[in-house]
Design a protein around this ligand. Structure first.
Ligand code: SF4
Length: 381
């Protein structure tokens, strides 16, 4: 049996929270008072993997009243990136292309039953794979190595889209560099969750801080207006997250759901205008496949016709098609990503699936809920 308990290191980090910001103590007391007054169970989804890291690393769940539950959401782009992209890039790495990937997606499993499972394994078997920090790195490599053909694996949400949108808009991407666009958009997945998974009843949402710095806090106003759900755009310090919980409780008690921007030091209501303009100029939203979740309308960003000359799928004439093993047997990632299960509900957690040897996609990236839980919680096995 596997039990996850708040052990000494969690107590240590909680102490650290209060030392870092004396206000934290007061906010926790206020949360308890408000939760007692509210009475019912309150389920709050933190969309973003980095919020999940803050909550897990600082042991914030252990500070919550019994009736306040913090649920991790779909905010890990690597976790939902289809395995068929990985298969395609593995094939290309053994042909004439050098594949550029973020370190986060290096060990992302593809959909094969046997053989090479990830770009990491492809590299170990002689495939041409390179880890890059950004698209700028890829540009530099492609300009330096003009005789090679390069492919950049563009995984991410709206936060990373400007890094390719600006060079595409400026037509400064060299001919020997193609982009595999695996971009996914965040508001559509929240709509999908609310409309298709009534079992995951949400009372409040902590909206992603990084994504909102690009798309703007106002992008989340549909949650209170269309779904009656309070939403707080929050920063990533423990106190930011505690404040978000407190604001959601206050809105629930007043029965006045609205949008609150707690992260005003970074996020503007309208977002980053020039980044948004570049994204809108280069990309269009289309229905896209989310790994093991399925197709979600308007949730993928693909280049418009005039920018497809550097798009791998368009240049090679590849049709996107989910592989037979997008869902790995036994892996509960589809439920973990949508907040319907915890990592510890998965029988493979810290057994067959560990940060060193990830089996499922949620254990690969530092933003994956399983990886975060594995690395931040003391375990008794
Ligand atoms: S522990 Fe591993 S196998 Fe289980 S849900 Fe998480 S990623 Fe999937």
């Amino acid at each position: 049996m596997l039990i996850v308990l708040p052990g000494d290191n969690i107590i240590g980090t909680i102490k650290h929270v209060f030392e870092r910001n004396p206000r934290a103590n007061k906010i926790v007391d206020e949360i308890h008072l408000l939760a007692r007054e509210y009475g019912d169970v309150l389920k709050i989804m933190n969309f973003c993997g980095t919020h999940e890291w803050t909550i897990s690393h600082y042991g914030l769940r252990t500070l919550m009243p019994d009736n306040v539950e913090l649920i991790a959401g779909p905010g890990c782009p690597v976790c939902i990136t289809p395995g068929y992209y990985v298969d395609l890039l593995i094939d290309l790495s053994f042909e004439e292309y050098v594949i550029h990937t973020y370190g986060d997606a290096y060990k992302l499993p593809g959909t094969r039953i046997r053989g090479v499972r990830s770009l990491y394994e492809a590299h170990a078997s002689g495939g041409k794979v390179r880890v890059v920090y950004s698209f700028l790195d890829s540009l530099k490599h492609a300009l330096r190595e003009k005789d090679e053909k390069h492919v950049f694996f563009a995984v991410g949400f709206e936060t990373t889209m400007p890094t390719t949108a600006f060079p595409l808009m400026a037509h400064s991407v060299p001919e020997n560099l193609l982009i595999l666009h695996a971009y996914r958009l965040t508001p559509p997945v929240m709509k999908h969750l609310l409309e298709n998974r009534p079992d995951i009843r949400l009372d409040g949402v902590i909206a992603p801080g990084h994504v909102s710095s690009i798309i703007g806090a106002n992008a989340w106003v549909f949650l209170p207006e269309e779904y009656n759900i309070p939403v707080v755009v929050s920063g990533f310090e423990p106190v930011d997250v505690l404040l978000a919980v407190k604001y959601i409780l206050e809105m629930k008690l007043e029965d006045k759901p609205r949008l609150v921007n707690e992260y005003t030091r970074v996020v503007r209501p309208e977002g980053n205008i020039s980044a948004k303009k570049a994204i809108q100029k280069v990309y269009e939203a289309r229905t896209a496949y989310w790994r093991a979740i399925g197709y979600i309308p308007d949730s993928g960003a693909y280049p418009k016709k005039e920018y497809r000359n550097r798009d791998l799928a368009a240049v090679l004439g590849i049709e996107e098609k989910p592989g037979p093993r997008e869902h790995l047997p036994g892996c509960r990632c589809p439920d973990v990503v949508l907040g319907a299960a915890k990592p510890t509900d998965c029988p493979l957690f810290m057994k067959r699936c560990t940060p060193e040897n990830p089996y499922g996609p949620c254990m690969v990236s530092s933003e994956g809920t399983c990886r975060i839980w594995a690395e931040n919680m003391p375990l008794i096995i």
